[in-house]
Design a protein around this ligand. Structure first.
Ligand code: ADP
Ligand code: MG
Length: 590
């Protein structure tokens, strides 16, 4: 499946362009996603949704009057970058503030969170409501840790209708939070999905079995069960969701049977009929249900059931009209088209001319990025396989996209007349990495490279202290943004030992290159040791048991890169300069 493309790397972009071409009455393309092509009344709250591509009609298909104002669209199954979210929200803003709403995934939280900070800093009041409906991903008392699946639709629909009715940002946010709190979903998969250009599915389900508690990015289910009959499946989904119902649930529910990709409508309807009977028998009234493809996962064979327990206010907004490419309900007054500028050309930064010495060091930074690219290319598949054990299998692809973009940006900067300083090379590379890679690791690597670049600045030479400050800035950026702690089973478990080993060696008088070698060794050992941990952060957390016995992909990729950079620093001619630079004052980095 997913075989129609010229180049798999362009799949998401070209699919989005075609979607816009087919729906110009609804949406226009902006840099980073799509925005309504019809007038948005001045002062209306802008609902900006989004996430990775591959989930159609989520998210771009839900843009239109009565529903979302705009959608930030990332690469396949990867979060849009902070810059994309920011630009889409700016295009959507009609003066009433912005509500960002999306499924609770670490990468999306990082990128949308950074965009929110930027928007608020510019005076565009921006709030966030995460969708956390998947009951398989965490227990009820940790509802804030649950990931978002088809519950996206209920939250977006009610928030969008509230914005359409002219409610304030406070009220739209309040209703979105309440809708999320009263929405529960559970999914099953009969077979995995395959990313464009990949030769194997992200996971498989044993023949004759069903996987319960799937994610929507090819994360495998929580447990495998023998294939049930339709009646047994209906019973299983309904009983699990009813057991998880919210306080003050009431008796009126929206029921959504959602197809994830290749389950036929006839099968969905067959199941819906049984589900409706069970809900009615449980004393519930089913209100304006949906049955069809609403939040998909490429060609995954699977489905989910969502229940939203209504109250009077929520029911009013659920039932309100909406008119989008993929979701239509009732009637709205026709809207005038609005004129939108096309995607803005990339900003051209004003280029300072570095000294020849600074440019030579910039060249070294670009070479080290080239080494990073080589090691990622060599290990891309292995990193993907590691991430597929409990995550979504995209760590190799994501690192590759990020590092390719970083190297291209670094080489472009270096090709400027007079070259570029380390700071310029690294900030350009970090921004490109974050923008193109998407995903959790993309946001973290991008920010860390930028932070290291800013710490280095533009100088004619660097002391060992400067190198230590760059290492510290790199690690701090990741812990500040990702908020993971030691033992959470993330790349932080390799980063912190790396930093500590580096500073310990350096403070004891070891030259930079040898300190780096010690640090890379510590990172490799620490990455291996993550095998014994259960993930407490990131996409792999719901499948903690499957992850046990395997190292964390982000920790492994960091250790591989650290080792390669250390080896290169040891042997390259420029590295010799680092290797011989002595620490100036001992203990300064304690
Ligand atoms: P995604 O999880 O969005 O698919 P990747 O697969 O590229 O992104 O990266 C997964 C890696 O990201 C994990 O193996 C882990 O090392 C790292 N990671 C996830 N969450 C965090 C976090 N909060 N802080 C630091 N690293 C994290
Ligand atoms: Mg992943």
């Amino acid at each position: 499946m997913t075989q129609i493309f010229d180049n798999p790397a362009d799949f998401a972009d070209e699919a989005l362009d075609g979607f816009v071409a087919a729906n110009r009455g609804y949406v226009a393309r902006v840099d980073g996603g799509v925005v309504r092509s019809t007038e948005v009344p001045a002062g209306q709250v802008a609902l900006v949704v989004g996430g990775g591509s591959g989930h159609y009609p989520a998210f771009a298909g839900l843009v239109g009057p009565g529903l979302a104002t705009a959608s930030a669209c990332g690469n396949m199954f990867a979060s849009p970058a902070a810059g994309q979210v920011y630009r889409v929200a700016k295009a959507a803003n009609a003066g009433g503030g912005v509500l960002l709403s999306y499924g609770n995934y670490a990468g999306d939280v990082l990128h949308f969170g950074q965009a929110q900070l930027r928007l608020n800093a510019e005076g565009i009041e921006t709030r966030t409501v995460l969708v956390t409906d998947d009951i398989a991903s965490a227990p009820l008392d940790q509802i804030e840790k649950r990931r978002g699946i088809a519950g996206d639709l209920t939250v977006f629909k009610i928030a969008g209708a509230a914005a359409e009715a002219g409610l304030s940002l406070d009220d739209v946010e309040r209703l979105a939070i309440r809708t999320n709190y009263r929405t529960r979903s559970l999914g099953v998969a009969f077979d995995g999905c395959t990313l464009p250009g990949a030769d194997a599915p992200l996971f498989t389900v044993p023949a004759g079995h069903m996987s319960l508690g799937l994610g929507i990015h090819g994360e495998p289910g929580i447990s495998d069960h023998p294939m049930p009959t339709a009646s047994e499946l209906a019973e299983l989904l309904v009983s699990r969701l009813l057991a998880d119902k919210p306080d003050d649930a009431g008796t009126r529910v929206v029921a959504i049977v959602n197809g994830l990709g290749t389950v036929k409508y006839d099968e969905l309807f067959l199941l819906f009929g049984k589900i409706e009977k069970l809900l009615t028998a449980a004393g519930l009234t089913v209100v304006e249900p949906e049955c069809g493809e609403l939040v998909t996962s490429l060609d995954m064979s699977g489905l989910s059931l969502t229940l939203l327990w209504l109250d009077e206010e929520l029911e009013q907004y659920w039932a309100a009209p909406a008119d989008t490419p993929a979701f239509r309900k009732g009637n709205l007054a026709p809207r005038a088209r609005r004129e939108l500028a096309g995607p803005e050309a990339a900003e051209t930064a004003d280029v300072e001319r570095p000294t020849a010495a600074a440019a030579a060091l910039g060249r070294l930074a670009a070479d080290l990025l080239g080494q990073t690219q080589n090691v990622i290319i060599e290990h891309e598949e292995e990193l993907g396989r590691l991430d597929a054990i409990a995550g979504d299998g995209d760590h190799g692809i994501g690192m590759r996209r990020g590092v390719d973009a970083a190297v291209t940006a670094a080489e472009q900067a270096a090709a400027n007349d007079g070259g570029a300083s380390p700071s310029r090379i690294l900030t350009a590379a970090g921004e490109a990495w974050s923008e193109r890679a998407g995903g959790t690791s993309g946001a973290l690597w991008g920010s860390a490279i930028i932070a290291a670049g800013l710490a280095l600045g533009s100088q004619d030479s660097y002391s060992g202290e400067d190198a230590a400050a760059a290492v510290t800035a790199f690690v701090d950026a990741i812990t500040e943004l990702g908020k993971a702690e030691l033992g959470d089973k993330t790349m932080v478990d390799a980063l912190v030992p790396f930093r500590n080993a580096f500073l310990t060696a350096f403070d004891a008088g070891t030259p930079v290159a040898a300190s780096l070698a010690a640090a890379a060794e510590a990172a490799t050992a620490a990455a291996e040791a993550t095998s014994g941990l259960r993930p407490l952060k990131g996409r792999a957390r719901p499948l903690a048991e499957k992850s046990l016995g395997h190292p964390d992909p982000g920790a492994v990729s960091f250790a591989l890169i650290a080792t390669r950079i250390s080896a290169h620093t040891d042997t390259s001619s420029t590295g010799t300069r680092l290797a011989t630079s002595e620490p100036a004052e001992q203990g300064a980095q304690a």
